[in-house]
Design a protein around this ligand. Structure first.
Ligand code: HPA
Length: 287
């Protein structure tokens, strides 16, 4: 378990400064790649690539299928910084550490954050392989006290009590829908509420029923803390979940649904190309 002291504003500035010395790009768009979706980072052109292990205070991703690189370059002609591999609290990292890269992105000049993730489908109208535009989230872990903004507030980023109303930008969500239609993906584009749970265990059927009752359409183990910190810093947020598996909630007793990491990664692999097309075209049209 990590017992380090949280980074100060000055520490975060020093990390941003370190990154600035390694690249001449000044990214305005940040991208976080979810499980199996790291391929998106590979479409960043003329990139400067920094291994997390070379960046001061950056943790290392410990999950199979998650890389650990910051990729800074151009996507569709726009300067981006892309996290190939993110950090999860289930790896033992405190929330301030999970979310520190988002603050570093803000200090680098990022104004829009695009988060992608792998999620289990709860909404019975979803199919494995669908993309879900996140319209809102339930931060179960944060509501239970493991929240990235607990502790002294960093006023330079945002207020003590920040609003999480309309956290996910509706205009960007609309743009993804339009792009999806234009590139032939409209049948697989859904929208809904993402619920973050701690993991690393997948949910019991009873837990899934609870999540369904409280309005979750999909469940995963990331994203909400990063979005909280992004909104605290005033960033515009777009969230896209890839439904990598349909959870057991809609299964018949003899369907024998067993969620597993291999299936999550496999679906990521199968849908990686479409995910890249969707995000790239969205970035291209973003204003
Ligand atoms: N549950 C939690 N997290 C996930 C799942 C799931 O079914 N699929 C991908 N990430």
């Amino acid at each position: 378990m990590d017992t380090e002291k949280p980074l100060t504003y000055e520490d975060l500035q020093a990390v941003a400064e370190h990154i600035r010395t390694k690249t001449s790009y000044r990214p305005t768009i940040g991208i976080i790649c979810g499980s199996g979706l790291g391929g998106l980072a590979d479409s960043v052109k003329k990139a400067d690539i920094l291994e997390y292990s070379t960046i001061p205070h950056f943790p290392e991703s410990t999950v199979p299928g998650h890389d650990g690189k910051l990729v800074i370059g151009e996507l569709e002609g726009k300067p981006v910084v892309c996290m190939k591999g993110r950090f999860h609290s289930y790896e033992g990292y405190p929330m301030w550490k999970v979310t520190a890269p988002v603050r570093v992105m803000a200090l680098l000049g990022v104004k829009t954050l695009i988060v992608t993730n792998a999620a289990g489908g709860i909404n019975s109208t979803f199919n494995k392989g669908d993309f879900m535009i996140i319209k809102d989230h339930i931060n179960m872990v944060g509501m239970a006290g493991k929240h990235p903004l607990v502790g002294p507030n960093m006023d330079k980023f945002g207020p003590r009590f920040n609003s999480m109303e309309r956290a996910y930008d509706a205009e960007l969500g609309k743009l993804v829908r339009t792009v999806g239609k234009d590139i032939g993906l409209s049948d697989t584009i859904k929208e809904g509420v993402y619920c973050m749970v701690s993991g690393p265990s997948y949910e019991t059927t009873a837990e899934l029923k609870l999540l369904q009752c409280i309005g979750a359409d999909a469940v995963g183990m990331s994203t909400a803390p990063e979005v909280v910190v992004a909104r605290h810093a005033g960033l515009r947020v777009l969230g896209i979940s890839l439904i990598t598996n349909m959870t057991s909630i809609n299964a018949q007793p003899d369907d024998n649904v067993v969620t597993n990491h291999e299936e999550v990664l496999e679906t990521g692999k199968q849908r990686a190309e479409d995910c890249q097309r969707l995000v790239k075209e969205t970035v291209k049209r973003m204003t």
